[in-house]
Design a binder for this molecule. Structure first.
Ligand code: NOJ
Length: 738
């Protein structure tokens, strides 16, 4: 397994030796201590916790970010416990620590591994300055259901994109050496299948056939495992009848034996004892037993290991060898992090929180995350030289808290720069800014502020409406069944549009929203997700043309929630819908016979297409794709083929375009998706510029798990597309022979 962590094999050997030596001196209670993670937080160390630290009954603390308290905890462990083993300090540093970056789904819209790596680097540095040495990120669950609140925390629907971007995030957190100051351990979560929760209800059951598990859900996990992610977290869900936390097929047969993963596995919060709530175990003791059998090295928050492992060993149900293997993985990580050499944190050795460079990176990430969904008559970018006044309207136009999004424990609204503030700062000296909040919250149904909003629109040359979802409306346990813009925000957009001025809608949200009902009332729509601390300046730069939008959707946007799940890499079915076979039920004659209307796979009231496809996003240029070629008509297994196309900017403004490569394997031992992303490249194009963009594709990149769960590339015919979204039309074909 190739590892990002640049530990030379000699260093690795010496770590293994040190781990073995330490284990040989440990009592069973001290070993179980290493397998237990407790909750911190608060202004002091409670007496009981201090005693537990002294007695080596704790291996890790989570949710403590006071550096003095962390240092004191480390001191107790290192100086007052028998063997002096330092602590792992875990925290959900999901999209920033103090400097908040766009939510992960927004970052994924950048399709830019470099900006994601840079963001994770900043976050790691800031978190490390507080004494945190382990984050519970990246979340690389495949998410194909926008109702699920945790889609916000994900990198989207596609296994390839998720794998590439997840790896970049791991690299950013861990750098090339975990022991370097400012590096923290990453955690691939939630292993596995959590994103397939029934109905998008969080924590719900996932039923995923093994073939789909391997070809879709497990792919990003395998990729980050190969890239050296330091830890994995088990998922809360029941996976095919066995909770992931006690799933020996998943955790042992696959992760350990098949993939050879040697990092540490932590449970999710109380997910060991919740196995009894699932109805999989009778009590905490049995739950602890099942978790050990699966190979969960550390228990988060609950205490079933602490309470029952000694007994389980005494009853010969769990062997000391098993315990030693698990403890070794915990200790190995502590050695790799350099905690034995340097257990204490000196904040002064780190770049300051919210440093200029951090804010710059956060702004750049927000710029690259925004997706331009509509730009009628090139209304954007706005030219402030041509504007006397602009209306800035909406509940999220000036709300520093809500723009931060979910999973923000340490970021603070006071550091956010809002759209209103940024627009004022940028053009306020020469242009009148008419600001009206209009709705108290995004959920408000009270239209009292509409009159003032319409008046502001009437007296302005252009209108910017900032709407969306509040932070709490996505994230853990925060799913929605209706994913329209909440409250009366759609009505607000319609009301201000009646003024007849150019209307630009900016949407801040934690998920794809069904926004078909507002598209006709907006000249331009910029999807900003929850953009983080520097959301305002990033959006202002985009709206006024200092920057050009380049984001592309990392997830399909449905027209209506009833289409869910809808994703681009679906199977063809035996009766695929086409434009010719699909009709709208409004147009059907009364008493039409069942069969006269065609028999294909679509919804009578929604058709078969989404509102916006995966990969979609406009720029300020006009991008065209022409002249696709393949270097060969046919290649053998083991060979590489080049596929190229011309990308042309026929517009009058410079643009950055994310060029995407999709492939279809026409016939397989198991059916293959209609399109699968296999590459992407960011390209800058001046007005009128044409560039030839080429991708290399090795036949191994077309491998998939067949009916026997063998990972193989099958000879046969393939289609290949190059384009600006998963709707790409420019295609060629080629053959692979054995
Ligand atoms: C539960 C969440 O599912 C997980 O993602 C998170 O890391 C832990 N809680 C710790 O806060």
């Amino acid at each position: 397994m190739s590892a990002i962590t640049n530990i030379t094999s000699t260093a690795q050997v010496s770590i293994e030796k040190r781990v073995a030596e330490l284990i040989s001196q440990m009592g069973l209670d001290e070993k179980i201590g290493q397998m237990s993670q407790l909750q911190g937080g608060g202004n002091s160390i409670p007496h009981d916790l201090a005693e537990s630290l002294r007695a080596s009954r704790v291996g890790s603390i989570l949710n403590e970010v006071n550096v003095d308290i962390i240092n004191e905890m480390q001191r107790i462990c290192v100086e007052e416990s028998r063997l002096g083993i330092p602590l792992l300090i875990g925290r959900d540093v999901i999209h920033g620590f103090k400097t908040i970056f766009p939510i992960p789904l927004g970052q994924a819209a950048s399709w830019d591994p470099d900006i994601i790596e840079a963001g994770a680097r900043v976050s790691a540095n800031e978190a490390a300055s507080a004494g945190v040495n382990w984050t519970f990120a990246p979340m690389i669950d495949i998410t194909r259901d926008p109702r699920w609140g945790r889609i916000a925390e994900s990198l989207g629907e596609d296994p390839y994109l998720c794998g590439v971007l997840g790896t970049a995030m791991v690299k950013g957190f861990q750098s090339n050496d975990l022991s370097k100051p400012g590096s923290i351990a990453a955690c691939a979560k939630h292993f596995a299948g959590y994103g397939a929760a029934e109905g998008g209800r969080d924590y719900n059951t996932a039923n995923i056939p093994e073939n789909e598990m391997r070809n879709v859900h497990l792919r990003p996990f395998k990729r980050v495992a190969e890239a050296g992610v330091a830890s994995f977290m088990s998922a809360f869900c029941d996976l095919n009848g066995v909770p992931a936390t006690g799933n020996t097929w998943l955790m042992d047969d696959l992760l350990r034996k098949e993939w050879g993963y040697q990092g540490m596995v932590v449970s999710d919060w109380e997910s060991i004892v919740e196995m009894s709530v699932h109805g999989f175990t009778h009590d905490d003791e049995e739950a602890a037993y099942e978790a050990v059998m699966a190979g969960i090295d550390m228990e988060m928050a609950s205490s079933s290991y602490h309470d029952h492992l000694e007994d389980l060993v005494a009853q010969d149900k769990v062997s000391i060898e098993q315990i030693d293997t698990m403890v070794a993985r915990v200790l190995k990580l502590k050695f790799e992090l350099g905690l034995f050499e340097k257990p204490y944190t000196d904040p002064d050795e780190h770049v300051a929180l919210l440093d200029k460079s951090a804010l710059k990176a956060a702004k750049q990430a927000a710029v690259m995350s925004c997706v331009l969904l509509k730009n009628e008559r090139h209304v954007l970018p706005l030219s402030h030289a041509d504007l006397g006044s602009v209306a800035v309207i909406g509940p999220l136009a000036d709300d520093g808290y809500e723009q931060l999004g979910t999973w923000v424990f340490d970021g603070e609204a006071q550091h956010s720069v809002t759209c209103k503030q940024a627009i004022e700062e940028m053009i306020g000296r020469t242009v009148d800014i008419n600001y009206v909040k209009a709705l108290d919250t995004t959920r408000s149904h009270n239209d009292d502020g509409f009159e003032e909003a319409v008046a502001a629109a009437n007296k302005s040359d252009a209108v910017i409406v900032v709407v969306g979802e509040e932070s709490f409306m996505s994230g853990e346990a925060h799913s929605r069944a209706d994913i329209d813009l909440p409250g009366h925000q759609a009505e607000l957009i319609k009301a201000v549009a009646s003024a007849g001025k150019p209307v630009v809608v900016v949407i801040m949200a934690g998920r794809p929203l069904t926004i078909g009902n507002i598209l006709d009332h907006a000249d331009a729509v910029l999807y900003a997700w929850h953009p983080g601390t520097m959301g305002g300046p990033a959006i202002a730069d985009l709206l006024f043309g200092i920057e050009s939008p380049s984001g592309k959707l990392p997830v399909t946007f449905p027209k209506m929630v009833g289409q869910v799940p809808i994703f681009y890499s679906h199977k063809n079915t035996g009766r695929p819908a086409t434009d010719h076979t699909c009709f709208n039920m409004e147009e059907v004659e009364p008493r039409a016979s069942q069969t006269s209307l065609g028999m294909t796979s679509f919804h009578l009231d929604a058709g078969y297409k989404p509102l916006f496809p995966f990969g979609f996003g406009l720029t300020y240029g006009d991008i065209k794709y022409v002249k696709i070629t393949t270097s060969h008509r046919s290649i053998s297994l083991g060979e590489t083929m080049d596929i190229a196309a011309d990308v042309v900017n026929t517009g009058s403004r410079a643009a950055e375009e994310i060029v995407q490569l999709y492939v279809r394997d026409l016939v397989g031992n198991v059916t293959r998706p209609v399109k699968e992303l296999r590459g992407f490249k960011r390209v800058s194009l001046k007005p009128g510029e044409r560039k030839r963009i080429s991708f290399s594709l090795h036949t191994d990149e077309l491998a998939f798990y067949n009916r026997k769960m063998e990972h193989v590339t099958e000879p046969g015919r393939f289609h290949v597309w190059i384009g600006g979204s998963s709707d790409a039309e420019l295609w060629a074909d080629f053959e692979i022979h054995s």
